[in-house]
Design a protein around this ligand. Structure first.
Ligand SMILES: [Fe+2]
Ligand SMILES: [Fe+2]
Length: 195
């Protein structure tokens, strides 16, 4: 099909009129998507290395957080394209931009304390990332804000799970009903429903 000239996108125009820097938002969303995607991969490795009797319970918590990171990645994609952005063509560039190397397996790969500390650091970083998007979009872009605040709600839950495991700080949480439940972001990542 022949290419038509650049279309007028009202969904983006209104955001600019609302005073939103759309290019900056796209950059932040692609960065956050890369962090979620890479964290999903590294959490897979970390979960696999939770061995023994003690590791068995931790494995389940990491699995809940891991599958919700995949949901966070999925939750970004449609919005990035609606805003006029794209994901990078080069997957290695996408992974690199996340800066998640700190999530690689510890020296002793099955050291549970080190694994938990890495998980906590990842959750805390993610909470800061999504809070930044909440601040950028609040009162200007309700569609992106809705996604960001739902992801943030899950990151705060994940942080509290790992704080409990490391420090004994009560989180008040009950386990998810099933892995991948994603109570806040389910509506943004419906592509995962058929799994
Ligand atoms: Fe996440
Ligand atoms: Fe998380």
């Amino acid at each position: 099909m022949a290419k038509s000239k650049t279309p007028k996108v009202i969904g983006v125009e209104i955001l600019k009129k609302n005073g939103l820097n759309v290019d900056k938002l796209i950059k932040e969303l692609v960065f956050n998507a890369s962090v979620e995607f890479t964290a999903y991969y590294y959490f897979t490795l970390l979960r696999a290395n939770c061995t023994g009797l003690e590791g068995e319970g931790i494995k389940g918590i990491i699995e809940d957080a891991r599958l919700e990171d995949l949901s966070h990645f999925e939750s970004c994609i449609e919005r990035i394209y609606q805003l006029g952005g794209t994901l990078p063509k080069d997957a290695t560039q996408f992974i690199k931009m996340s800066g998640c190397e700190f999530l690689q397996l510890p020296k002793n790969p099955t050291d549970l304390k080190s694994i938990l500390e890495k998980c906590l650091k990842a959750e805390q970083g993610a909470a800061v990332n999504w809070d930044r998007i909440c601040k950028m979009t609040h009162g200007k872009d309700p569609a992106t804000y809705d996604i960001a605040k739902d992801i943030l709600a899950e990151e705060i839950e994940h942080e509290s799970w790992f704080l409990e495991l490391i420090y004994g700080r009560p989180s008040g949480h009950m386990r998810r009903k099933y892995p991948g439940e994603r109570p806040h972001t389910k509506k943004h990542s419906r592509s995962l429903d058929s799994l």
